[in-house]
Design a protein around this ligand. Sequence first.
Ligand SMILES: [Zn+2]
Length: 89
Amino acid sequence: MVNNYCKVCHQFDGCQYPLLPSKASRIRTKKCPNCGREVELVNIPTASKCRGFDRKTLYRWRKRGSITSIRGQGGRPLLYWSSLFRSDT
Ligand SMILES: [Zn+2]
């Protein structure tokens, strides 16, 4: 069991996942609106490259709501980095 799991950003107490590679372009962060934890935002090409997931897969998960995203500048989706590490995707 995990403690204080957040269904929006998929973080929980003591969760660990790799830091974004520092060369990932322009790392942005925001506070999760649900739990207030800090989340890093990545665009889909970066997420695809860093995690080895196909872009189409990421779009599909995003549509399904398996990963959390917001709309960034120009309407392009930004994914919550932490939501790419949920155990059930
Ligand atoms: Zn959260």
